[in-house]
Design a protein around this ligand. Sequence first.
Ligand SMILES: NC(=O)c1ccc[n+]([C@@H]2O[C@H](COP(=O)([O-])OP(=O)(O)OC[C@H]3O[C@@H](n4cnc5c(N)ncnc54)[C@H](OP(=O)(O)O)[C@@H]3O)[C@@H](O)[C@H]2O)c1
Length: 264
Amino acid sequence: MTPILMLGAGRMGGAMLAGWRKAGAFAASDLMIRDPNPGQAAAQLGAEGAQLNPADADLARARTVVLAVKPQLWREAAAETVSWLSEDAVIVSVAAGVKSADISREFGGRPVARVMPTTAAAIGQGTASLYADDPAALSRARALFEPLGAVVDLADENLMHAATAVSGSAPAYLYAFIEALEAAGVTAGLKPKDAAGLARSTITGAAALLAEGGEEPSELRRQVTSPGGTTQAALDVLLTEPSLQTLLREAVAAAVRRSKELGA
Ligand SMILES: NC(=O)c1ccc[n+]([C@@H]2O[C@H](COP(=O)([O-])OP(=O)(O)OC[C@H]3O[C@@H](n4cnc5c(N)ncnc54)[C@H](OP(=O)(O)O)[C@@H]3O)[C@@H](O)[C@H]2O)c1
């Protein structure tokens, strides 16, 4: 499966490169990175032997091509590279919303796997939703993402929209929640530094407990909610319409709609 050619090493491509480097998943010499402005992870790997912005003729060495440019730029990236690639190169795309049939067409009919990853891949705690018609492309995608965290296979390409909304885009929902909790803490009288410290470490601790214990979130919620207590008072607000459930259902539906528009 190597050498791997990374097309685009921005936030997501850079996170994958950082995660592979941290995990020791691939030798730097097995990585080729194409990006007009390679970021820190690419530069580190470049110093360790990865090929940065290889010449066109060298692209024929790549066995796996990771498409990690913005969805608006993917056709341009494909057009620049397709004629140089080897016939047996496999394409793994992380571009939100872009269908595998369209990618395969622009890449000369080569097999394609689609992945919706998260940037926590940089620290080996990513989550990747995978889909491919072609079993070889699917196992190629799995080999790229297993060193970067959790991997979930999707049965149908259409589910990629839902996976994007519930996973790819979801770290931003959580960050927005933490920002809001911090602001509410300040309104309740805490110093900004204390509100930030309390909100952040409480949330990372609660997430770690969920990850470690194997208990359902609903059970963990019950364990910290005494009837008639302070937590119950706050939850009564969060669960009154428009409740957290309603807001998240609408947010996920909006992300699904946008994912479909990007792929149209
Ligand atoms: N960020 C996330 O959390 C996330 C999560 C899941 C999936 N994704 C997907 O990952 C893809 C990349 O997103 P991103 O957030 O990483 O975007 P980004 O930070 O803008 O990174 C894309 C990189 O590609 C470079 N680039 C542009 N045109 C290129 C070309 N023709 N050949 C090679 N490199 C080129 C860009 O350089 P310039 O800046 O100079 O244009 C940039 O460094 C998107 O398709 C997105 O849907 C992102």
